[in-house]
Write a protein that binds this ligand. Structure first.
Ligand SMILES: NC(=O)c1ccc[n+]([C@@H]2O[C@H](COP(=O)([O-])OP(=O)(O)OC[C@H]3O[C@@H](n4cnc5c(N)ncnc54)[C@H](O)[C@@H]3O)[C@@H](O)[C@H]2O)c1
Length: 246
């Protein structure tokens, strides 16, 4: 099992679903974890079980807040070995009903935030030979109905991953993406389809083997953050219970 002992990981989306599960798994594997999410009460609950770590409530759509969080993490723990971008939001809407604010928020959380954190973390990760894992979605590699902003942002996140992987080819840094299919998390439980939605279109996103648990995906993230993935760079891993098989 890939060890994360002596590594410091900054994990976003740490209060819920996949992010919370990843925090717990990284902690069990020996990592020190710095968690970021929006809601401090739920962060406090998750971090009650974390041996070594800290957390901060902030909006990843703010470049200055992202920079402060990276600097706070490095000041507190002395290093940064892994940046795990998990925070995301997905609300289904008919595209003709998407407001400017909806569009901006989809991009802010799902794409701008990961970029701000990558930019701030890069000097520290380059110094350590660290790893970035960006959590996209199957919606980052194929279209999904009623999800224009989310889909565009997640496709952008795959582009960001590949751009960094090429730019830092000569460095020890590794940059990869994980694209989950449906996981049983609060995000999924809160989905509401737009009025009159075509459920056949929505069900195109379903995996043939059913829903995954967030831990199934967290294990792949842990592998990619670990030294066991030494030769994995610029990869886009679908973790989708067979959805991509055709
Ligand atoms: N659940 C699924 O079926 C599924 C499928 C594919 C991809 N994903 C992706 O996996 C990731 C985790 O999803 P989840 O289902 O665990 O979601 P979730 O709703 O359970 O958790 C989302 C997390 O992101 C944080 N967050 C949201 N907006 C934020 C902001 N502006 N600033 C800081 N933090 C913010 C929340 O506080 C929370 O910790 C997301 O990127 C999501 O798009 C989820």
């Amino acid at each position: 099992m890939s060890s994360l002992r002596d590594k410091v990981a900054l994990i976003t989306g740490a209060s819920s679903g996949l992010g919370a599960e990843t925090v717990r798994l990284f902690s069990r594997k020996g990592a020190t974890v710095f968690g970021i999410a929006r809601d401090s009460d739920r962060l406090a609950e998750v971090f009650a079980d974390v041996e070594t770590g800290a957390y901060r409530s902030l909006d990843v759509g703010s470049a200055s807040a992202c920079r402060d969080a990276v600097e706070r993490c490095v000041a507190q723990f002395g290093q940064l070995d892994a940046l795990i971008n998990i925070a995301g939001r997905h609300q289904m809407r008919r595209t003709e009903a998407v407001t400017d604010e909806d569009w901006a928020e989809d991009l802010a959380v799902n794409l701008n935030g990961p970029f701000y954190l990558c930019r701030a973390a890069l000097p520290h990760l380059l110094a350590r030979g660290g790893a970035i894992v960006n959590v996209g979605s199957v919606a980052g590699v194929e279209g999904q109905a009623y999800s224009a902003g989310y889909c565009a942002a997640k496709h952008g996140l795959i582009g960001l991953t590949r751009a960094l992987a090429v730019e830092y080819t000569a460095d020890r840094l590794r940059v990869n993406a994980v694209c989950p299919g449906g996981m049983l998390t609060p995000q999924l439980e809160q989905f509401t389809a737009p009025a009159g939605a075509d459920f056949d279109l929505i069900m195109r996103t379903a995996s043939p083997r059913g829903m995954m648990q967030p831990l199934d995906v967290a294990k792949v993230i842990a592998f990619l953050a670990s030294d066991d993935a030494v030769a994995v760079h610029g990869a886009v891993y679908r973790v989708d219970n067979g959805k991509g098989a055709g």
